[in-house]
Design a protein around this ligand. Structure first.
Ligand SMILES: NC(=O)c1ccc[n+]([C@@H]2O[C@H](COP(=O)([O-])OP(=O)(O)OC[C@H]3O[C@@H](n4cnc5c(N)ncnc54)[C@H](O)[C@@H]3O)[C@@H](O)[C@H]2O)c1
Ligand SMILES: CC(C)[C@H](C(=O)O)[C@@H](O)C(=O)O
Ligand SMILES: [Mg+2]
Length: 360
């Protein structure tokens, strides 16, 4: 049966990395006898330029009617791009938030894994990597500060900005279940990261995690304050298996975790709801500083395509074939500039994509 994939190249390096991931998916389809159709839509700055808004309802509808969505990245340089002169609700990132909310993508899985071949690209000392590094961050994606009420006003003639952090018990419960399920399939350790020494939302978060944990007696649940978690991630990263955390903390900790893998260009992600329709994207941004130069690492996007095959299409063999091909390329010594170290072979975005496809 044909599978409909909506591609969102977006801005900056987005079109370059999505081009490579699309070619990987097309290669998988041919090799394993599947039919994938591809429809491209605009989102982010390119959509603002074309339609005056970051995601039109018509394009959103195309995403809703697909079987899976693969995104590059949206956004530009906030200092220089005219997109950032617009009202916040019309800026590129608003398109991303709209699609996450409209598709109900509350669970964002961000696996971070240090390939042994990339140890030299990791800024940590070898002894800190003694326990390896292989974790998944389960980030809540449709609540918290990102979606709370916000405004800017003058209070007693003082310019005042307000962002609201809200979580409801059902929102916490459903992400807890995703996290416990993920931990069940891995090393059965779940660390819930919060700021319960200060925030009411975190205290509710902790209570619900404990309650849901009763249904998963095999999983060891513990709690860690987010400031400590940020420190532990670079001090002893091997201690983590699954981390579950709220939207903002997950955003920050996942960029931090990405550097332990060698580069933000290595970190894929899957944004899921309760159906099979998911959105897959690298955790990094549109990297305007290297856009159009064939320098971007396409591996996070290619690994996101592997997650698409796994979670939206139930194609585990195909997903593993893509992941093994990425591992093989790294074993064979090929590196984009962000993960390049002495003695390895530097390649561009295009060549990296081709090298992965050759190994599937
Ligand atoms: N999901 C998304 O669409 C998404 C995610 C994060 C940031 N953004 C947007 O991207 C724009 C730039 O943000 P930023 O500079 O803070 O973060 P960024 O992730 O785009 O870039 C940070 C640094 O990492 C490098 N980098 C990122 N991806 C890379 C890759 N695949 N290969 C090699 N190097 C890579 C960049 O060159 C830059 O030096 C902003 O407009 C931001 O809002 C979008
Ligand atoms: C671009 C931005 C809105 C987005 C986020 O904060 O979720 C990005 O940083 C990410 O990690 O996907
Ligand atoms: Mg981020």
């Amino acid at each position: 049966m044909e599978k409909k994939i909506v591609l969102i190249p977006g801005d900056g390096i987005g079109p370059e990395i999505v081009r490579e991931a699309k070619a990987v998916l097309a290669h998988v389809a041919e090799k394993f006898g599947h039919t994938f159709s591809f429809t491209e839509i605009d989102m982010g700055g390119c959509s603002i330029d074309r339609y005056g808004e970051p995601l039109t309802d018509e394009n959103l509808q195309k995403a809703k009617e697909s079987d899976a969505v693969l995104l590059g990245a949206v956004g530009g340089n906030a200092e220089t791009s005219p997109w950032y002169k617009l009202a916040p609700s019309l800026r590129p990132e608003a398109g991303l938030l709209k699609i996450r909310k409209e598709l109900g993508l509350f669970a964002n899985l961000r696996p971070a894994f240090l390939y042994p071949e990339l140890a030299a690209a990791c800024p940590l000392k070898p002894e800190q990597l003694a326990n390896g590094f292989d974790l998944v961050i389960v980030r809540e994606l449709t609540g918290g500060l990102y979606f709370g009420e916000r405004h800017t006003e003058k209070v007693n003639s003082v310019e005042t900005a307000v962002d609201t952090l809200v979580y409801t018990e059902p929102e916490i419960r459903r992400i807890a279940i995703k996290a416990f399920e993920a931990a069940t399939k891995r090393r059965k350790s779940l660390i819930s990261v919060d700021k319960a020494n200060v925030l009411d939302t975190s205290r509710l978060w902790r209570r619900v995690m404990e309650e849901v944990g009763k249904d998963y007696p095999d999983v060891k649940l513990s709690h860690m304050l987010v400031d400590n978690a940020a420190m532990q991630l670079v001090y002893n990263p091997g201690q983590f298996d699954v981390i579950v955390t709220e939207n903002t903390f997950g955003d920050i900790l996942s960029d931090e975790a990405s550097m332990v893998t060698g580069s933000i260009g290595m970190l894929p992600s899957a944004s899921l709801n309760e159906t099979k329709l998911g959105l897959y994207e690298p955790s990094h941004g549109s990297a305007p500083d290297i856009a159009g130069q064939d320098k971007a690492n396409p591996l996070a996007t290619i690994l996101s395509a592997a997650m698409l095959l796994r979670y939206s299409f139930d194609m585990e063999t195909e997903a593993r074939a893509v992941e093994s091909a990425v591992a093989a390329v790294l074993r064979d010594g090929y590196r984009t500039p962000d993960i390049y170290t002495e003695g390895t072979k530097k390649v561009g975005t295009r060549e990296m994509g081709a090298l992965v496809r050759e190994r599937i």
